[in-house]
Write a protein that binds this ligand. Structure first.
Ligand SMILES: C[S@@+](CC[C@H](N)C(=O)[O-])C[C@H]1O[C@@H](n2cnc3c(N)ncnc32)[C@H](O)[C@@H]1O
Length: 274
């Protein structure tokens, strides 16, 4: 019934609001793992996107999404489908893709689920929960370019939002060049700290952490980066404590490497923020 339609604008939390801010005007959006469909409903209400297809694999979220779309009376512009990844989509329906709130491995699988649909997509906005380095490396090696990225805090957790396009932003070689520059300048700083850590270990650390933390996030000195670095150090401290319980030589050697990595993270924090 028409008078059941909610006229208020839907409100998004900080995480989804940040994701929404990267969706280009006039997009035809695919929101995979749409859950309650809050994101596409918000973007239609604001007049930012032309249309959206929200997909969810599970019955419960699919039904919640249908309910939200009906409640806000936006069914003409938003289609909700139940299914796996990009499979329920046709190739000419979407040009922008959001995949948020899922593990990095799941996001990579979803992106492979319908190559013909992905071919028509010019921008992907992803928010992986873990495996950020693998996601960046794999997608950028496949030819996607890193247009932007940032960290966002919600409910005391920090999330990475990563934006990839086909033609703008950093390609694989650009990131390798940045890694080289960071290695040079960070190594100099680290050597001055009398750490007793070899240049080889310092270089490996930078090669690894630029992909984990994100080259643009590092360059921007994102305000949440200090917290992410601290969280990583706490995790490492726990691993070191566990490792100390065993006397096996192999474990002791590994434990020393983790200690060095933790020390280098603290040096990186100071290098970036002091
Ligand atoms: C944690 S929720 C995130 C919801 C929303 N995207 C957000 O960021 O707030 C993850 C949703 O993804 C759905 N999902 C997981 N794997 C999927 C897949 N392969 N295809 C479609 N949906 C999937 C789940 O059913 C769940 O509703």
């Amino acid at each position: 019934m028409v008078n059941d339609i909610v006229k208020d604008n839907i409100k998004l939390g900080t995480r989804l609001h940040t994701i929404a801010s990267f969706v280009p005007e006039g997009s035809r959006l695919g929101d995979i793992g749409t859950d309650h469909a809050y994101l596409p409903v918000y973007l239609i209400q604001k007049g930012i996107i032309k249309s959206a297809v929200g997909v969810d694999i599970h019955k419960g979220p699919y039904e919640s999404a249908l309910e939200t779309v009906t409640m806000y009376g936006v069914g003409q512009n938003i289609d909700i489908r139940q299914g796996n990844g990009l499979i329920p989509l046709r190739p000419d329906e979407i040009d922008t893709l959001v995949i948020a709130g899922m593990g990095g491995g799941t996001i990579l699988e979803i992106l492979q689920s319908q190559p013909k649909v992905l071919e028509e997509v010019s921008k992907i906005i992803i928010q992986p929960q873990g495996a950020e380095a693998r996601v960046r490396k794999e997608l950028i090696s496949q030819g996607w370019r890193l247009k932007d990225e940032c960290l966002v805090e919600e409910d005391n957790r920090i999330y990475s939002v990563i934006i990839l396009t086909r033609s703008e932003g950093l390609g694989y070689q650009d990131i390798e060049n940045r890694i080289k520059d960071i290695r040079g300048s960070f190594s100099n700083y680290a050597q001055q700290q009398n750490l007793d850590i070899s240049t080889e270990v310092i270089n490996d650390f930078i090669n690894k952490y630029v992909w984990i933390l994100g080259p643009i996030i590092i360059e921007d000195r994102d305000k949440h980066l200090q917290s992410i670095i601290r969280d990583n150090m706490i995790n490492m401290e726990n691993i070191i404590q566990e490792m100390r319980k065993t006397i096996r030589e192999q474990v002791q050697t590994k434990s020393k490497l983790v200690e060095q990595e933790s020390k280098l993270l603290e040096v990186m924090r100071r290098w970036l923020f002091q």
